[in-house]
Design a binder for this molecule. Sequence first.
Ligand SMILES: Cc1cc2nc3c(=O)[nH]c(=O)nc-3n(C[C@H](O)[C@H](O)[C@H](O)COP(=O)(O)OP(=O)(O)OC[C@H]3O[C@@H](n4cnc5c(N)ncnc54)[C@H](O)[C@@H]3O)c2cc1C
Ligand SMILES: Cc1cc2nc3c(=O)[nH]c(=O)nc-3n(C[C@H](O)[C@H](O)[C@H](O)COP(=O)(O)O)c2cc1C
Ligand code: SF4
Length: 692
Amino acid sequence: MAMKRYTHLLKPFQIKNVKFKNRMAKTSQWFVYPEPDGSVGERLKAFYASIAKGGVGLVIVEESSCEYSLGVSRMPHIRVDDDRFLPGLRELARVIHAYDCPAFVQITHAGPAHSPFDGQAPVAPSSIDPPAQPGFALARELDVEKIKDIIERYARAALRVKEAEFDGCEIHLGHYALGNAFLSRIQNKRRDEYGCDTLQNRARFGREIIERTRELAGPDFVVGVRLSAKEWGHPLGTTNEEAVEFARIFEKAGADYIQSSGYGYNEFFRCWAPDAVLFPEVPRAAKSFAARIPKGALLPEAAAIKKAVSIPVTGVGRLDADIGEKALRQGNIDMVWLGRRLMVDPAYPRKVAEGRIRDIRPCTGCLFCFSHLLTTTPVRCRWNPFLGNEHELGCDGTEFNPAPVKKRVLVVGAGPGGMEAARVAALRGHEVFLYDREKRLGGLLLLASFIKGRDFDDVALSLEWYERQLGRQKNLQVVLGKEVDPGLVKEISPDTVILSPGSKWELPEIPGTEGRNVVTASLLKEKAKGFLDHLGTDVMSYLSKVYLPIGKRVIVVGGDLKGLEAALFLVKRGRKVFIVEEGETLGEGMNEHLKSKFFPWMEAHGGITAYTGVRCNEITPEGMVVTTREGEHTTLKADTVMIIEKVKKNHDLYDAIKGAVPEVYVIGDAKEDRSVWIHGAVHDGARAGFSV
Ligand SMILES: Cc1cc2nc3c(=O)[nH]c(=O)nc-3n(C[C@H](O)[C@H](O)[C@H](O)COP(=O)(O)OP(=O)(O)OC[C@H]3O[C@@H](n4cnc5c(N)ncnc54)[C@H](O)[C@@H]3O)c2cc1C
Ligand SMILES: Cc1cc2nc3c(=O)[nH]c(=O)nc-3n(C[C@H](O)[C@H](O)[C@H](O)COP(=O)(O)O)c2cc1C
Ligand code: SF4
C-alpha cells in the first residue's frame, strides 16, 4: 500500500557514487548537542544514530563551523576547523553508516550571525547599521585577504570531513550565514569583485569555495550547496530569478546538488519554517505564502531552480511524505529534506516504507524546538521526550526493551502526562490501566485545542495520535468516565501508580468573583465539556466564531500562556481585550519563539491592551477596579471578566495512597504550584513510564 502511494519517495537515488535507499534526507539542524568545545560526544552520536536507524536515505549533519570563533554563531557548534576534531567526526560518520545510511556535513561560517561571545564583532561583506535582522550585532566589513582566507578554511574543512569518512559536504550559502550575505543585496554593499554590482560578483565567494573544495577533495566527493531560493519580505531580498542564476553558477563551479531553502525578513521572519508566518495571525503580506504551506511553501522556487540546472535539487520546509511524493512525481525536486518530522518521530521513513502512516507521531508545528536555539539550550521536542536524551536513557523512543519485571500499572488521568506514561509503560510490556473521570481522553488538551484551533500548533493532531496508539495496545486498558479514589486503587491492586491528575485551580481573592459578568476558566471548561464531547473541537471552534456568549469588552485576569491564548481567541472573534497580570511579566509558558511573534503583533494590532504589575481590587458590574503599577486607582470598563485561575499542586490522591502502593509517581501539572505545560507533562510521563 505504502509502496504504491509513495513510489517516488521510496525509490532509491544517488548523487555521484553515493547511494540512498530512498529520497528522504534529514536536513541540517543545530541542536546544541555538541560538547562545549565543539567536539562530537556521546549525546550527538546517539541522536544521529537514532535518525539513521529510522530509515532515512541520507543524513546531513548540522551546520559545522570552518573557523573558530568568528565562524560560529554561538557555542557549542560542531567544529571542523582543526584536525584535532577528526576522531570524533570519524566516530559520528561510523555510527550513521552503521545503519546503511550515507552522511554529509553542512559546513558553514556564521558571518553576520556570529554573536560576540568571544568579544569579537561579527564579520560580513559589509557593515550594515542597523543589522539586516534585528537582534544581531553590528558586523565589520571583511577585506579581500580575509575573504580568501575564509574560502580556504571552507575547503580545508571539507577535506577534513572527507578524511573523517563522510560521503559529502553541504556548503551553507543560505539563511543568515556568511555565504548568503555575499549573495544578498541586503547585506552586500561592496563595489569590488565580491560586491553587489553583478550576479557573478555576488556569487564569487560561493563559487570559489566550491572550486577550491573540489580541488582539494577530488572529483568523487559530493559537494552540495544550500541556497535561499528567495529572500522574502525585503525589497532588496534575493529574487527567485537571481537564485536560479546563482544555482547555475554553482553547478558550473562543480556543485553536485542544490538544497533549495528560503529565508525571510519582517513579516517573513523565520519563514524557512514556513508555518512560522501563521502565528499569531497571518500578516497581509504573507497571505499567499501561507496559502502555499499545505503544498510546500518553498517548493515553487525550488522547482524554478530544478528547471534551470541538471544537478539534483532538493526541497525543504514543512514537507511530509505526501507533499514530498507529489513534488517528486511532478518532477519539481529530486529529494525531500525533512527536519521536524524526524525530530518528533525518527522512525518516520521506516513507517512510511512499512505503510504505518497512522503510527507516525505528528509534528504540531509548535516551534518549541526552535525556541531552544534562542536561549542556546539543548533542543527538545514538545512531543518526543526522547529527542536529545537517547544517550542518557539508552533509548530513542522508537523501540523499547521489555521491562525486566512485568507490573500492574495504574495511571490516573488521561491528559498528556498520563497518556504518555501509559503508552510507554505498555510498550515496555507492563499491564496498564489508564483511568480518567471524563468521557474523553486528553485532559486539558481538549480545551487547549479548542482555544488554539488547527491553523497553528495543531494539538488535536497529537490527541488523535494518542487515541490510536493507546487503542492498539492489548496490554493497556483505557477506562473513561470513572474517578479514581483510594478504594478503587485498592481494588485494582497495582504495583505502581502514576498520578497525572492535573493541577487544582484556585480562584484569586478578588471581591466580586461571584458576579454575573464573571466567567472562570473552570466554568468554561465545565460548560464546554459536553459540547466538546459531542461536537468535537473543530465544530466547536467554528461555532464559537458565529456565537460566543461573552461581551464585546473583556478583561482577562492572568497573563500567562493560557491568558494570552484566551485573549488571542477573543480578539479573533471581534472582542476588545484587556489583560491584567499581577506579576511583572506576560507569557509564562509561551515559548521564546512565539513570544517574539506575539508581543510585536499585540502592539501593532491594538485589540489587546495588557497591564502588568497591577493589583485587582474589585470586580464590579462595570468591569474591574485596579491599582496600576504607578499607584493609580482606576476602573477598567468591560462587559465580561474572564478569570484564568491560578494553578496549584494536586497531591490529594498521592497523600491518600502513599505507603499503601509500592511505587507511586506524581507527574505533570499536579506536581507543583505551577504548570509544566504540555511538554513538561509529556516528558514527565515518558520518564515515569520508562522508569517503572
Ligand atoms: C485553554 C488552555 C490552553 C492551553 N494551551 C497550552 C499550550 O499552548 N501549550 C502548552 O504547553 N500548554 C497549554 N495548556 C496547558 C496544558 O494543557 C497543561 O499544562 C497540560 O494539559 C497538563 O497535562 P497533565 O497531564 O498534567 O494534566 P491535565 O491535562 O490537566 O489532565 C489531567 C486529567 O486527569 C483527570 N483526573 C484528575 N483526577 C482524576 C481522578 N481522581 N480520577 C480519574 N481522572 C482524574 C482529569 O479529568 C484530566 O483529564 C493550555 C491549557 C488550557 C486550559
Ligand atoms: C531547531 C532547528 C535548528 C536548525 N538548524 C539549522 C542549521 O544548523 N542549518 C541550517 O541550514 N538550517 C537549520 N534549520 C533549518 C532546517 O534545516 C529546515 O530548513 C527547517 O527546519 C524546515 O524544515 P522542516 O519544516 O522539515 O522542519 C534548523 C531548524 C530547526 C527547527
Ligand atoms: S517541538 Fe513542536 S515543532 Fe518542533 S518538532 Fe516537536 S512538535 Fe514539531
